[in-house]
Design a protein around this ligand. Sequence first.
Ligand SMILES: O=C(O)[C@H](O)COP(=O)(O)O
Length: 229
Amino acid sequence: MKKIVLIRHGQSLWNLENRFTGWTDVDLSESGYLEAKKAGEILKKHDYNFDIAFTSLLKRAIKTLHIVLEELDHLWIPEQKTWHLNERFYGALQGLNKQETADKFGLEQVNKWRRDPDEEPPAITKEDPRYPGNDLRYQSLKLENLPLTENLSDTIARVLPFWNEAIVPAISKNEKVIISAHGNSLRALIKYLDNLTNEEVTALEIPTGIPLVYELDDNLQKIRHYYLE
Ligand SMILES: O=C(O)[C@H](O)COP(=O)(O)O
């Protein structure tokens, strides 16, 4: 039996302000730091240790990972950072307040943008300062990989290749893996691991900063999953 740990970053400043974040690189809030520290303490209490870590290119996930690893005295393990694990790119919604957007466009539309796997939020243009092509960290990406908007299906389409090409080989070598990522990149992965329908994934909410364990069999099929307390 193999075990992996997934963790959504601790509360970010824009989670606190209730703003669409996506690829905006906002920091953890004070509570977010504490959540990450507590996650590390919980993992330590349960005697978890890791051989390799995977995270996104966004500081809220990277810092969460580092705070957790610091608690475990495991800052030395190799880590791979990748845009594939970034939060869903929220297009022109990035930066807007979720409540104000619901007041303007209606809650039904906002819920669709947030949770319907096939509904794309309004796109930005390449001239928009939020275009990832303007950001150094994405300079090695192919043009077609730089999103203008993404729905969950688009996010799944970039998370799964990384799962198969980088994370599966590590798990198969019996390496103990921790993945620190985001609400929607983790929803993408969990949809796959739990074989969820579109309707089921719509209802899936992942709390910030709580370690989520997946037990997998030798074929990497899920046996069970649970949050650690
Ligand atoms: O990018 C964001 O705004 C959040 O991290 C996830 O937001 P959601 O719950 O609205 O998808």
